[in-house]
Design a protein around this ligand. Sequence first.
Ligand code: KG4
Ligand code: ZN
Length: 356
Amino acid sequence: MRILAIESSCDESAAAVLDSREGLLAHELFSQVALHRIYGGVVPELASRDHVQRLLPLVKTALAAANTEPAQLDGIAYTAGPGLIGALLSGAALAHSLAYAWKLPTVGVHHLEGHLLAPLLEPNPPTFPHLALLVSGGHTMLIEARGVGDYSLLGQTRDDAAGEAFDKSAKLLGLPYPGGPELARLAEHGRPGRFEFPRPMLDRPGLEFSFSGLKTAVLNAVRALGTPSGIDQANIDKADIARALQEAVVDTLVGKCVRALEQTGLDALVVSGGVSANLRLRERIDKAAARYGARVYYPRLEFCTDNAAMIAVAGLARLEAGERNGLRIAARAQWPLEDLQPPKNSLNIQDISITS
Ligand code: KG4
Ligand code: ZN
C-alpha cells in the first residue's frame, strides 16, 4: 500500500509519501517560523492562510520526489486533530478534495498518535508494549502503549507542557520564537550550579507533571540579576539560566520516566514529540534507561518536531487495517488520545514496521 499524508495542525505545512514495502519515498516540509516570529508566537489565522497556499505545492513536490502518480496511491492520511482548528481544516479540506478527485479513501490521523509512531520509521523500530514519553509544545504525557490505538494515559502535565516551559523561559530571556531549540543551544554554554530551579512534583508520588512554576523561577532569576554590566555579562547570565532551566526540566522528565518503568515493569521506552530533539534529554534518558536495563527509541531529529512522515505511519497503519473516513471532513481542535481505538482488523506490528 502507498499513501500520501498531509500535516497542518499548527505552524508546519508538510506532505509525505509512504509505501508499506519500500518505506518513506518522500517528505516535504515548510516551516512558518519566519511568518510568526515578529508576533512572538503562532497567529492561528495567519497559519491557516499560509497552509492553504503551501500545502498543494508541497503535495506536488512530494509526489514528484516519490516518482508517484496519483493513480499509484491507495489512500490519503491527514492530521484531523488535536490542533488549531483553521489549520487542521486547511489540510483536511485539501486531503478530501484530492481523495474525491482521485477516488481514494481517506483517514483522519490523531497528531499525537503520529508522534508516538514516528520511531517506526527508524532502522531499529520499537515493539509493543512499551512506555512512551510524549513531550511536545502542547503535551507532556506518560503513556502505556500496548499496540496501535491502544494507549493508557499514566500521567500528564497539570498545566504547561515541557515544550512550553522551554518556550516561555526563552521568551523571558529575550530569545526569538520558537524558543525551545534556541534555549537548548544557549544552555550548552551555560555553567552548572549557578542557578537552581525546582524539580516540580518529583518529590511527590505519581506520574503527573507541572511546569508552570518554572517560568516564574526564571523570571525571578532574571529580575534578581538586575541590569547586567555589559553585553558579555548578559550573555553569560542568560546561558547559565538556560542551563539551569534545561536541567530542571530534564531531571523531572527522567525521574518520572524511571518511576513509570518501575511501576509498569515495561522494558522499552519511546521518547517522541518536539522536546525529544533535546540532546541533553536524550543523553540523560539513555543513561537512566541503561542503568534500568530498558531499551530506548527516538524518532530521528527531523521527525521529533511536526512532520508528515509520522502522520503517514499512523495513517498507513489504519488504512491497511481497513479504516476509512468516508466523505465527512474530520477536524477536531480537542481530541483526547484515550478516545482512540485500535484498528478493527488486528494488525501485526511487522506489517507497519517501515524502515527507510
Ligand atoms: O511536536 P512539536 O513540533 O509541536 C507540537 O505538537 O507541540 O513540538 C514543538 C515543541 C516546542 O515547544 C519547541 O520549543 C520544542 O518542541 N523543542 C525543543 C527542542 N526542539 C523543539 N525543546 C527543547 N529542546 C529542543 N532541542
Ligand atoms: Zn506535534
